[in-house]
Ligand binder design. Structure first.
Ligand SMILES: C[S@@+](CC[C@H](N)C(=O)[O-])C[C@H]1O[C@@H](n2cnc3c(N)ncnc32)[C@H](O)[C@@H]1O
Length: 413
């Protein structure tokens, strides 16, 4: 989708501007900033407000050749690692969760959440949820975060033209990924969840009834893997579940996932271990003939040395009052770190580079650490003198695509 206001037109009147914003899916007010967002969404609009048109030839192109991710529909992810309106649970899901969780004393949920986090901390891949209360505690403290991370990953994988109809979510738990995918792609008409835990299925199914797009979901209780006939799907997701399989089973499971999918998206916690799982998955998917669409701008070896660093991103989400009680937390938000890979069988426009850290912002200067399509990690700077490129850098956040125009300066050591 392209923003309007072609060169040579006069600045849009307020009504037209609102229409343009509605078209680009950006009519809501940014909750954590008073900066008016209207014309900042589009370089051409921004320039036209100041009474001049930028040279289109010099306008930095989005890596995909299309518009920056923020112009596309789908979950609205605010840049810069700040608050994320797309990270908010959909209203029906929030209400459903509140209803479901109200059936449990907060204390029971808190104890179950503490036991769960102990078991996760002990490093057990394959932590089994032990019964209904464990599942409810998981939904209370983890589902909002896994939803937000998966929504962010899908948002970065989505480009116009990919309109999946069938979605398969593996290790779906209480359904975070199907809600995220339904938000990113209203084109999805058939949804199947493969999940081994019956209590997770029960809760996921009850929650999904609130959504017209998800109430027809097929919930299949099974252990995912090559022994299971795989429902046909254009989009396959596996969020926070691959790491629960024994490492030796993962390559076969990934090939099973990828069977006839146009796109496979795997999300894991943004820890060194989660990244290692993603890096290995990426290799299996590439060897299977898929091309990596995000976050990597290339299919070559990952330039990040394991043990020294890890590729991960972050999404900020609000905590509900119940969440704060159950988690004994005081902050009104949390940052969920995640690693992910999205791979596709299609020809795909790909980013020239991906921002790997919170950009450094000094007066008149933005520093970016980027992974580039030359299979290397570079630190680059963009200065105010670079006009549109600087404004683009200023609007760019951790995890966003970067066009890598070659005009950036190398960061001084
Ligand atoms: C950490 S939860 C993640 C749930 C959900 N995807 C999310 O993002 O919130 C992992 C889920 O994977 C399921 N799981 C693990 N191994 C599985 C397997 N081999 N087949 C099916 N489900 C599996 C677990 O039962 C659990 O519900």
């Amino acid at each position: 989708m392209r923003c309007a206001s072609p060169a040579g037109t006069r600045p849009p009147d307020p009504v037209r501007r609102l229409r343009l914003l509605a078209w680009s899916g950006r009519t809501r007010t940014r909750p954590f900033s008073s900066r008016p967002r209207s014309s900042f969404a589009c370089p051409q609009l921004r320039a036209s407000r100041r009474g001049f048109q930028p040279s289109l030839r010099r306008r930095p192109r989005h890596p995909s050749g299309l518009l920056p991710a923020r112009h596309r529909p789908g979950p609205r992810i605010r840049r810069g690692g700040g608050a994320v309106s797309g990270a908010l649970l959909p209203r029906e899901l929030r209400a459903g969760l509140d209803r479901e969780l109200a059936r449990y004393p907060a204390r029971d949920l808190a104890e179950a959440a503490a036991r769960l986090s102990e078991r996760y901390r002990a490093g057990a891949g394959g932590v089994h949820l032990r019964g209904e209360t464990d599942v409810a505690a998981y939904a209370a403290v983890r589902m909002p975060a896994t939803y937000a991370a998966t929504a962010a990953a899908l948002h970065r994988a989505a480009v116009p033209g990919f309109l999946p109809r069938r979605h398969l979510d593996v290790g779906g738990g209480t359904g975070a990924a199907i809600w995220a995918a339904a938000g990113a792609w209203p084109s999805i008409k058939e949804v199947t969840v493969v999940e081994r835990d019956p209590h997770a299925i029960d809760l996921g199914r009850r929650l999904a009834r609130a959504s017209p797009a998800l109430r027809g979901t097929t919930w299949r209780r099974a252990s995912a893997g090559p022994g299971l006939d795989r429902p046909a799907a254009d989009l396959v997701t596996m969020a926070y579940a691959l790491g629960e399989l024994p490492p030796e089973q993962r390559p076969a499971a990934l090939r099973w996932l990828a069977a006839d999918a146009a796109m496979v998206v795997i999300v894991e916690p943004g820890t060194p271990a989660g990244y290692a799982t993603i890096a290995a998955a990426r290799e299996v998917l590439a060897a299977h003939g898929l091309s990596i669409v995000a976050p990597c701008p290339h299919d070559g070896p990952c330039p990040i040395r394991q043990g020294e660093d890890w590729c991960h991103f972050s999404v900020r989400l609000p905590r509900s009052a119940l969440h704060r009680r159950v988690k004994a937390g005081t902050l009104g938000f949390e940052d969920e770190r995640f690693s992910y890979v999205a791979a596709t069988t299609m020809r795909w426009p790909r980013a020239g580079a991906r921002v790997l850290r919170h950009p450094g912002r000094r007066k008149g200067m933005v520093s970016l650490r980027v992974c580039t399509d030359e299979e290397s990690v570079r630190d680059v700077t963009v200065s105010r003198r670079q006009g549109e490129l600087y404004r683009l850098a200023r609007d760019t956040g951790w995890g966003d695509a970067w066009p890598r125009t070659g005009e950036e300066g190398d960061e001084p050591p």
